[in-house]
Design a protein around this ligand. Sequence first.
Ligand code: FAD
Length: 462
Amino acid sequence: MSAHDVDLAIIGAGPAGMAAAATAAQLGLKTVLLDEQKGPGGQIYRSITQPAPADENILGKDYYHGRSLALALKNTSLDYRPGTSVWALDQDLTLSLSGNGQSQRIRPRRLLIATGAQERPVPFPGWTLPGVMTCGAAQILLKSSALVPTQPLILAGSGPLLLLIAAQLHRAGVAIEAILDTTPPRHYLAALKYLPGALRNLPLLAKGAGLLAELRRAGIRRITGVSELRALAGPDGTLGQVRFRQGKKAQTLSATTLLVHQGVVPNVQLSRSLNLSHDWDQLQQCWRPHTDSWGESSLPGLFVAGDGAGIAGALAAEAFGKLAALQIARQLNVISAQQRDQQSQRARRTLNQQRAIRPFLDALYSPAREFLLPADETLVCRCEEVTAGELRRLARDGCPGPNQAKAFCRAGMGPCQGRMCGLTVSQLMADERQVPNSEIGYYQIRSPIKPLRLGELADSAH
Ligand SMILES: Cc1cc2nc3c(=O)[nH]c(=O)nc-3n(C[C@H](O)[C@@H](O)[C@H](O)COP(=O)(O)OP(=O)(O)OC[C@H]3O[C@@H](n4cnc5c(N)ncnc54)[C@H](O)[C@@H]3O)c2cc1C
């Protein structure tokens, strides 16, 4: 495809990308939608065109909302390419793609990154043992293959998704031994000051209360105020026990699966690879690309929308995707500013309403210190096996930030390219050096940001 054949390329077919693609294509923009998954949906609506569980009650009503978004893609001239990874971006908006074993480059007039969120890495002693995985990973297996984890099963962590996934597994017939809630009790008080904003989204508050009631009715034990979480190996080297403390009391439970979760954070690999300007979000304890209210980033013509621009949930992502598409249509002179403003009113209202509850949720479910700044013996970079202690020592020895630490200990240089350790490395070094996260910075992300075959790399040179 030659340069400028495409008006808009969108990376990610979650709610943000699907809403943007449908809006842009309906307005007549020549639009390409790329996603590495084999169907549309993103994280929340994963496998929405072919959900694996037969019983719709398991995943719940919110999940099936994704059907209307996937359907809206069908009746357009959209060029939708599933199974396609974007592994590099250039400053002139050229994308390098890999799909069906082949590499290709396209250069659209405008680019929208809608690559969403990833679960926050949860480093704690024992997190690399077989049998310990994230709640999101278990949910992916449920949505795409109707598979459930082995039991006895324990869930541990904090946040609305922890409760949702516990409820979904329970509805799928899984026996849950216990939910270990690591939300520090003082966070309830800290969140109170944000309650007026939260009250603007009563349906979401009611949903949370409904999940808690459902789990209580099911008789699932929820142990609150949990700290000092440890996963311990059994005789065969896989997970055997989970140890924790509730107040002064230490407890140990047997388990073959431990699902952990400490919220989600924006996936910034692509935006970082272009050196876009990023802000440190103190309440969400993560980085997000700096954008204007339409999603345009510090690089003109490049937009970021959805959870990748700051965590606000699926309905906000859908609304933000639409707003970005309308502004892009405006910039390409397809609609007037007045048409853009008229057509964006509902999406803007939804976005504001969905964002209003975030400070409350973020203050309540901010991860406990032990997960942000793990103990010295904990592995932080799983790929290169670098511990928290080693990173602290490097900071004490004068290493100014993550990129220099990378050169000394290889943290962030493995196959995940720092996705699983980047945040923790930055936070550990900032804490040890007693400087703000904004000063310590983040890894310089380099392409290929996704694994790529040598043949595809060679193809892309032609
Ligand atoms: C594991 C997980 C499970 C979640 N489950 C729920 C849930 O059940 N309910 C809920 O309310 N919220 C859930 N969330 C929160 C969720 O992120 C939603 O808020 C929502 O999906 C965000 O929509 P989005 O469009 O911004 O991004 P996403 O839905 O995350 O979509 C991003 C898409 O980008 C694609 N992508 C990423 N990088 C590339 C690349 N380089 N090349 C090509 N494609 C790429 C991904 O494959 C993905 O399909 C979940 C989050 C995670 C991480």
